[in-house]
Design a protein around this ligand. Structure first.
Ligand code: PLP
Length: 395
């Protein structure tokens, strides 16, 4: 098999939902992957902020192998020890033990669907989310997603959901009242191009929602699990939300999402009001536990903070005319580009042996495994000027 053969087979067998991918990745180890033609890449995207421990991490491989050989699936008609352990560990690292409860699901979209259902159970009519925000593609999550181009083909959407400009405290204050069930916010808008909430915004969102008795739902599907330099971004903002949604990094590459309800928000869902056949699947939970334990034992959130700061500072120190700046926190970074379209830069990076993501036309997203070595980060930064030059020749 070659990349070219893979493209042809993809085009004949797979729905053209993603466009034809340029390469087929066949193997991964740590922060490196190899394609069908045998080319090696430094993976600076980690399956979109998913592979927190990189590829084929021994802790995940071992946990998953043991679990599938012990108990692969149960349903939620019975308890399983791995789901219990994962939920308790999640609450512990979130600082919510005793005050929070977990519902395990399969994806980020589904976690947000559950959060939306929880918000309906307040008995209030309206939900506020942010323009340009991203909460997933299923119908409820898509309605929360503040990106009209993604929504329009699928109208009519779920009623009762409105959007305010992200980061605008006055607009949020004006939109929230006694009929507001919940406010949905990402601490850093990932899919919008790695746009951090301005200083004080999350704290203001907490105050405003508290004042009106509305729930504050933080979508940490992308920012959670160590990615931004702490277990969760809300911890850096110094607030406690009512609901946190998680997925991406949680399962270390296996499909796993979670909803954490805090205080009264944890008790709104009643038996039978949601159901997930695969929710709490022991194999996925075993992977999740391995991820949480390894992040803890190897201080990977701190590592992400240090290496992320280092990348941001050294990219800015290049003073390259094509680079406008670097946004983000920890190992969720957006390199803002001035000239070359990000797709051309991502193509040139790929030819140079790096997988990066052209998340918006003028932003390159980096969301590497949290285990990224400082030397590998430096190598990318020192190759970046050459990559930008190559990208210009492409245009
Ligand atoms: C990726 C993402 C989602 C959707 O997660 P899926 O697992 O793709 O359904 C939701 N919210 C945010 C912030 C995300 O980054």
């Amino acid at each position: 098999m070659t990349n070219e053969q893979a493209r042809l087979r993809w085009e004949s067998a797979l729905v053209n939902n993603y466009g034809t991918p340029p390469i087929e990745v066949v193997r991964g180890e740590g922060t490196r992957v190899w394609d069908a033609d045998g080319n090696a890449y430094l993976d600076l995207l980690a399956g979109i902020a998913v592979n927190a421990l990189g590829h084929a991490h021994p802790a995940v491989v071992d946990a998953v192998s043991r679990q599938i050989a012990t108990l692969g699936h149960t349903s939620n008609l019975v308890a399983n020890p791995v789901a219990l352990e994962l939920s308790e560990t999640l609450l512990e690292v979130a600082g919510l033990a005793g005050d929070g409860k977990v519902l395990l699901v399969n994806s980020g979209s589904e976690a947000n669907e559950v959060a939306l259902k929880i918000s309906r159970l307040t008995g209030r009519g309206s939900v506020v989310a942010c323009e340009s925000g991203f909460h997933g593609r299923t119908m409820g999550a898509l309605t929360l997603t503040g990106q009209p181009a993604k929504q329009e083909p699928f109208a009519p959407l779920v009623p009762g959901i409105g959007h305010v400009p992200f980061g605008d405290i006055d607009a949020l204050r004006a939109a929230v009242d006694s009929d507001t069930a919940a406010v949905f916010v990402e601490p850093i808008q990932g899919e919008a191009g790695v746009i951090p909430a301005p200083d004080g915004y999350l704290r203001a969102a907490r105050e405003i929602t508290e004042q009106h008795g509305a729930l504050l739902v933080l979508d940490e599907v992308q920012t959670g699990i160590g990615r931004t330099g702490s277990w969760f971004a809300f911890q850096q903002a110094g607030i406690v939300p009512d609901v946190v949604t998680l997925a991406k990094g949680l399962g270390g590459g296996l499909p796993l999402g979670a909803v954490i309800g805090v205080g009264g928000a944890a008790d709104l869902l009643q038996p039978g009001q949601h159901g997930v056949t695969f929710g709490g699947n022991p194999v996925c939970c075993a992977a999740g536990l391995a991820v949480l334990r390894t992040i803890e034992s190897e201080s990977l959130a701190e590592h992400a903070r240090t290496v992320g700061k280092d990348i941001a500072a050294s990219v800015e120190a290049l003073r390259h005319p094509s680079i406008a700046g670097v946004r983000g926190a920890g190992l969720l970074l957006g390199v803002a580009l001035r000239e070359q379209p990000s797709a051309a830069v991502a193509g040139a990076a790929r030819r140079a042996g790096y997988l990066v993501n052209p998340v918006t036309p003028d932003t390159l997203r980096l969301a590497p495994p949290l285990v990224l070595a400082a030397e590998d980060a430096h190598r990318f930064v020192s190759d970046l000027p050459q990559i930008l030059d190559d990208a210009s020749k492409d245009v």
